[in-house]
Design a protein around this ligand. Structure first.
Ligand SMILES: NC(=O)c1ccc[n+]([C@@H]2O[C@H](COP(=O)([O-])OP(=O)(O)OC[C@H]3O[C@@H](n4cnc5c(N)ncnc54)[C@H](O)[C@@H]3O)[C@@H](O)[C@H]2O)c1
Length: 308
């Protein structure tokens, strides 16, 4: 049976997610956007690319939610991205309206779908999705940790001149400047980062990771990162559709794990066909726990602004 994935928001991250997904031949794809003609044009262009790489999926663009009927997964990327000088939090009010509509409309056509959220501020938008849709926590997952960890992995690999495949990093916490790169749990071919890198270089990498999104926003001048966020979406979709039980850092609803409750927060999450299968809990030391608590306070402030 063919799978179906609908992506709401056919902008930079939405269209690029479709691109990575089509390459993996995982599912038929639908792109929905409010801009007339744009999702249709991008979908047709992508459909026309597939003979070259020999992949058979259908890609449909629409301005109408009916096209999403019967989706296994809904990816929400609709909303405003950051401009230079803006924080992710500055997007909250406007994006909350957009995400609310996207959830309400898609649920009418795909009542069993699993939701993957990208729109910022990420943890608050994932929370909004779960509440507006009255969804079980298994079916709402926010993308942040794969991206933040991939940035850190790229920086470590560049610093040491080793393959990215040897570098494993785990960035937890809220998707913002208070994110928590766990250097003790991150490693290069099994050797912890705090052993393999001098303290000052490691601190520089941690800082660059925290500000990784802003670095790209500053360079692009208009819009924010899209290749890396979109491939992170593709990895999550693949983990779910193939029931891989893949453990990735992702934003999920916590019910006491890590001593935290009633918020979406970046933790190692096992993903399978039901969506979230399990939250993995690390042993944390005092400073790691404090950093996560500070990050959680920040996320809670944003969630409170949603006034749900
Ligand atoms: N979580 C992450 O790691 C991460 C990474 C990158 C971007 N983002 C966020 O993802 C969002 C999208 O970023 P982007 O770069 O793709 O922006 P973009 O501006 O390129 O695309 C957003 C699209 O949403 C569409 N849209 C707006 N209102 C809509 C509505 N009501 N219904 C359907 N579509 C609507 C716009 O027309 C636009 O095409 C932003 O909020 C950005 O901050 C998150």
């Amino acid at each position: 049976m063919r799978h179906k994935v609908s992506i709401i928001g056919a902008g930079m991250t939405g269209a690029t997610s479709a691109h990575w997904l089509a390459e993996r031949e995982l599912a038929d794809l639908v792109l929905v956007d409010i801009v007339e003609g744009m999702p249709q044009g991008k979908s047709l262009d992508l459909q026309e690319a597939l003979p070259v790489i020999g992949k058979d999926v259908s890609v449909v663009g629409s301005n109408d939610y009916e096209a999403t009927e019967g989706s296994d997964i809904i990816v929400i990327t609709a909303g405003l991205p950051r401009k230079p000088g803006m924080s992710r939090d500055d997007l909250l009010a406007k994006n909350a309206e957009i995400v609310r509509t996207a959830v309400e409309e898609t649920l009418k056509h795909s009542p069993e779908a699993i939701y993957i959220i990208l729109t910022n501020p990420l943890d608050a938008m994932a929370y909004l999705t779960m509440k507006v849709g009255d969804l079980p926590r298994e079916r709402v997952i926010g993308q942040a940790g794969i991206l933040d960890s991939a940035r850190m992995r790229a920086f470590v690999a560049m610093e040491l001149g080793v393959s990215v495949e040897n570098v494993h990093c785990y960035v937890l916490g809220g998707h913002g400047d208070s994110m928590v790169p766990l250097t003790r749990h991150s490693n290069v071919a099994g050797v912890p980062l705090d052993v393999i890198l001098p303290a000052d270089r490691l601190e520089a990498i941690v800082e660059r990771t925290r500000k990784g999104g802003g670095e790209i926003v500053g360079l692009l001048k208009s819009g924010s990162a899209f290749y890396a966020p979109a491939v992170a979406i593709a990895q999550m979709v693949e983990a779910i559709l193939k029931d891989k039980n893949l453990i990735v850092p992702a934003s999920v609803y916590l019910q006491g794990e890590y001593g935290l409750k009633d918020l979406f927060f970046g933790v190692p999450a096992q993903l399978g066909r039901q969506g979230l299968v399990k939250v993995i809990e690390y042993e944390l030391n005092e400073s790691e726990r404090k950093a996560l608590e500070a990050s959680a306070e920040h996320v809670k402030t944003n969630i409170a602004k949603l006034a749900l």
